[in-house]
Design a protein around this ligand. Structure first.
Ligand SMILES: Cc1cc2nc3c(=O)[nH]c(=O)nc-3n(C[C@H](O)[C@H](O)[C@H](O)COP(=O)(O)OP(=O)(O)OC[C@H]3O[C@@H](n4cnc5c(N)ncnc54)[C@H](O)[C@@H]3O)c2cc1C
Length: 352
C-alpha cells in the first residue's frame, strides 16, 4: 500500500525540529501495544519529554503531516497495514512530587502503575492507589477517565481518575499551550473532551490526601488480586482489556458467556475462558482476526439475546478485510477456575 503523500519539505522541517536520527521509518507498532498486534507506522517518533511531545505535534500540524498519539497502546487495535503518517509514541515520563502540598505532577507519558502510584504511595499520598494494575499512561488515563470498581472490600462504586485531577497542561488543537482545570475535560464514563477535541495532554497534576501507608498497600494488594482472578496476565496472554462497552445492569461479558462464546477463536485471537469480554492474542494474531471475531460475537449475541454489543476500543490505521475463517472453539484450559466460579463455591460453602 502506498503511503499518503506527505510534503517532503514538511518532513524536513519535522526532522530538523526533532533532532538528528530521531524520526524513524517503517516501525512495526505491535510491540508498542498490549495486544501485540499492528503493522508499521510510516514515520515514528518517540517523545521523551513533554516539550518534545509538544514540538512533534505542533510541527506535524503546521506541515499537515497526519499524526497519531500512542501511550501504552492498551486501548487500541492497530490495523495490519499499519498507520500512514507519523505515530508519536509518548515516553515523556518525568514525575515531580510536592509532598507538602499533596501534589504530584507527571508528564503524560508517565506510566500510571507502577511509576506514578508507587511514587505517590511511597510519599504517603492517597487517591491514586485504586488504579493499581491498570495498563495506562497519564495521557491515556485522562483520555478515557480511568476507572475501577473500588474500594475493597465492598467495591460499591466506580472511582474515576477525574476525582484526583487538579489541572493539566495541554497543547490545544489550536496549537496553544494552556493549563486547564478538571472541569475543562467534561469527564464521563470512558469519556473526556479529548474524544472530540484534538488537544494533547502534556502533563497532569493530581491533588492527593495524606493517607495511611498500610491501608493503601492493603488496597493495592486487594485490587491486584481481584484483577489477577479476572484478567488474563498481559505478559503471557496479550489483550486490550474489555472489548465491548458495558450494558448497564446486564453486562456484556455475561451475555457473551450465556451464548457459550468463551473459547471462540478465529486465527490467533480467542475469547478467553477467564473473562468473556476479553479476547487474547494466543500468538501471531492479526487485526483481521480481531475484527472477524468481534463481528462473530456481535452477530451471535444479537441473534440469541437481541442486544447489540458495541466496541469500546479504538481502531487505528489501515485494516485488511476481516479473516474469512469459520470460528472454532478452544477447550477450557485444565485447572482454570473463574472468579464467578470461586464466588459461587464460597457462597455454597457459606450456605452449607
Ligand atoms: C488488561 C487490561 C485491563 C484494563 N483495565 C482497565 C480498567 O480497569 N479500567 C479502565 O478504565 N481501563 C482499563 N483498561 C483500558 C486501558 O488501560 C485504558 O484505556 C488506558 O487509559 C489506556 O492508556 P494508554 O496510555 O495505553 O492509551 P493508548 O491506548 O495508547 O491511547 C488511547 C487513546 O488515548 C489517546 N491519548 C493517549 N495519550 C494522550 C495524550 N497525552 N493526550 C491526548 N490523548 C492521548 C490516544 O490518542 C488514543 O486515542 C484495561 C486495558 C487492558 C489491556
Amino acid at each position: 500500500m502506498s503511503p499518503t503523500p506527505i510534503d517532503p519539505a514538511a518532513l524536513d522541517t519535522l526532522r530538523h525540529a526533532l533532532g538528528p536520527d530521531r524520526l524513524q521509518r517503517d516501525v512495526v507498532l505491535a510491540p508498542y501495544t498490549t495486544f501485540k498486534i499492528g503493522g508499521p507506522a510510516d514515520y515514528f517518533f518517540e517523545a521523551r519529554t513533554a516539550d518534545e511531545l509538544a514540538t512533534a505535534v505542533r510541527v506535524a500540524r503546521e506541515g499537515a503531516v497526519p499524526y497519531r498519539l500512542l501511550g501504552l497502546g492498551a486501548n487500541v487495535v492497530i490495523g495490519d497495514r499499519g498507520v500512514r503518517g507519523l505515530v508519536i509514541h509518548n515516553a515523556a515520563w518525568r514525575i515531580d512530587l510536592d509532598a507538602g502540598a499533596g501534589r504530584i505532577r507527571a508528564e503524560s507519558g508517565a506510566i500510571v502503575f507502577p511509576d506514578l502510584i508507587e511514587q505517590a504511595v511511597g510519599a504517603g499520598l492517597s487517591g491514586l492507589e485504586h488504579y493499581v494494575g491498570i495498563p495506562s499512561t497519564v495521557g491515556g488515563a485522562l483520555w478515557q477517565n480511568l476507572h475501577f470498581l473500588a474500594p475493597p472490600p465492598k467495591r460499591e462504586r466506580t472511582m474515576f481518575i477525574e476525582e484526583v485531577l487538579l489541572e493539566a497542561d495541554l497543547l490545544t488543537q489550536e496549537n496553544q499551550r494552556r493549563t486547564v482545570d478538571v472541569d475543562y475535560f467534561d469527564f464521563g464514563y470512558d469519556y473526556s473532551i479529548l474524544h472530540i477535541r484534538d488537544d494533547v495532554v502534556l502533563s497532569a497534576t493530581f491533588q492527593l490526601e495524606p493517607g495511611d501507608q498500610t491501608r493503601m498497600r492493603e488496597i493495592m494488594k486487594a485490587n491486584l488480586e481481584w484483577r489477577a482472578l479476572r484478567h488474563p496476565p498481559l505478559d503471557t496472554e496479550p489483550s486490550v482489556g474489555s472489548i465491548f462497552k458495558k450494558i448497564e445492569g446486564i453486562g456484556a461479558g455475561r451475555l457473551i458467556d450465556e451464548c457459550g462464546l468463551k473459547g471462540a477463536c478465529i486465527g490467533g485471537v480467542v475469547v478467553t475462558h477467564r473473562h468473556a469480554n476479553i479476547m487474547i492474542n494466543r500468538g501471531g494474531a492479526r487485526a483481521a482476526d480481531v475484527q472477524a471475531l468481534i463481528a462473530y460475537v456481535q452477530a451471535v449475541v444479537e441473534r440469541e439475546t437481541g442486544y447489540r454489543l458495541e466496541t469500546e476500543i479504538d481502531f487505528v490505521g489501515d485494516f485488511d478485510p476481516p479473516t474469512a475463517a469459520n470460528p472454532i472453539v478452544l477447550p477450557r484450559p485444565p485447572g482454570l477456575v473463574t472468579a464467578e466460579e470461586r464466588a459461587a463455591m464460597r457462597a455454597e460453602r457459606g450456605a452449607a
